[in-house]
Structure formats: structure tokens, C-alpha cells
Design a protein around this ligand. Sequence first.
Ligand code: SF4
Length: 307
Amino acid sequence: MAHWRDALDGAVAEMPAGRAVRGRPTAGPGDRGDGVLDRVGTFQAGAPCPAVAMVADPDRFDERGAFREAVFTARREVALVALREAPAGMPAHEMVTSVLNTPDSLRRGVADWLRSLEPAAVAALRADAVSWVVDARALAARRGEPQWHEPRALAYTPRSLSTALTAQVDAVRTVRAGTAQDRTHLLVLRPRSSPADRRVAGRTALLWSLVRGQEPASVVLAMRATLERVRFAVDGEFLSTALGEAVADLGFAAQPGAAPRRVGPHCRYCRILGSCADGSAHLESLKERWAAPWDHIEVASGVDPTT
Ligand code: SF4
């Protein structure tokens, strides 16, 4: 634990002046009141464009600054609590229903939100959580049930910073190795594979090392869209690379304006597109490229082109 904590704290201490944000500022909706995120997780590590990922989404927080739950934010918690608490072999639908009927087993914020829902919204949450459980069993329980991890994210706040690094782990499998140290394998469910898979796996391995004080043997990213598993072996070099990326992300979180803008198809759905010249220019160029061939098509007279 001490090795990776010392390495991270040392690297953070050497961040360029102006990047390292110290102390604990006033809390604000979604950030710390100064436009800086209070946690940098695997969402940021795996985002296609750091520039938008490092800006808090105001829609996720209410006027008091409290996090707004939604089906897509609560389903994993409901599913993991169901997997951890239900008797082996219980059908997914029954185990999820059991959790929804006893909200006290969930974190307080999720439980309060669940109690406030209309029946139709509870049904939507149930369907989503059941789907998560089915996928998790298909991907993580092929050789028997793993140890399902608690929903709470692993979190470590470097000394001298007030922004925490976080990562979620969904399942753990420990392989006994006789007299040698046990080997721990981590599994994280992801929607689908992306170019940032290695980065996400690295961040997960780093947080496990920082928080649990033990280097995992591997991180498996389990893709819900394809039911594929992508495995990353963990060694010192893998963790060093992850540490460098984590320090870079902490720097971008402290100065979101300095985070790189990476244009791509995701710009179409970007919530800060209106203030991003790069993204707007990219989409404009795509429009020109795709519009050109249709300019030469003549619509026959008498034909309504809109039908
Ligand atoms: S519009 Fe594109 S490049 Fe600009 S911040 Fe959004 S995702 Fe990034």
C-alpha cells in the first residue's frame, strides 16, 4: 500500500503550479464550488473526450447540490446488493424484487429516491437491474459464483489534494496459491469495449493497490453488449502507466479548460458542444462531407421528397 501511495502522492506534489488544487473549497452542485470535480473515476478515465468529462454535469445535481439518482445510476447498486444478499440459485427477477421491497439494504440516497418513485419507474428500475444481474452472472460466474463486490467505489484522495480518485469493482475471484501470496482477479462490467479499455483497467488496478494494499493479478473488463471478456495482466509497469494517467487526470480535473478536446462521433451528443469550437467545426465538416453527394440528386417533378 505504502509504495503506490507514496508514488502517487510524490507525483501529485510535482504537478506544475496552478494544476494542483489544494485544500477543501466550498461544496457546490456537482463540483467543489470552484468548477473542479470532487472525484475522478473510471468514467473520466474511459471518456472519449477529457474536456467534457472533467466538467461536472449540472443535470445530475439538484438545487441543494445533492446527487440526483436515476435508473441508470441506481441499477448497479440494486443488482450488486441482490447478488450479495440473495440465496444461491434464486432467479434474478426474485432477488431484485426482494431488494426493491427492502430499500434499507441500499445506500440512504438510493433508498430515499426509490421510495419516492412511481410504480412505473420502479418497474423500469427492476427491469434494468434484472438485466444487469443476468449479464453479470453470464460474464462473472462461468466457473462458479465469484465474490460480488460491495457497490461503493474504491476511493483514494492523494495527500495535499481534495479530489479523490475512484474506481468501481463488481466481482473478485481469489486464487489460493499455496504458500505464495494469493492471486486476486478483479472484474468490472462495462457497456462495451472502447479504445480506453486499458486505461480503465489500469485505473481499477491502481485503486485496488492504493486502497487494499495488494496488487491484483489481473483486471477483466466484461462487456455487456457482446458478453466478451477482455483481460489485462497487472504488473509493476502496468501500474506505473496507470499512475501517470491518474496524475494527468487529476491535473485536468483541477483545470478543466486545459483538458484535451478529442473530436469524434461523440461530439454530436456533447452537452458543452455549444461552447466548443473544435467540436462544432468537426460536426460542420462531417455535414459537408455527407451532404455533398445528395446535392446532385434531382427530385422528379411531382414527387414530394419528404414522403
Ligand atoms: S464537442 Fe467534442 S471535442 Fe468538444 S468538448 Fe464535446 S466531445 Fe470534446
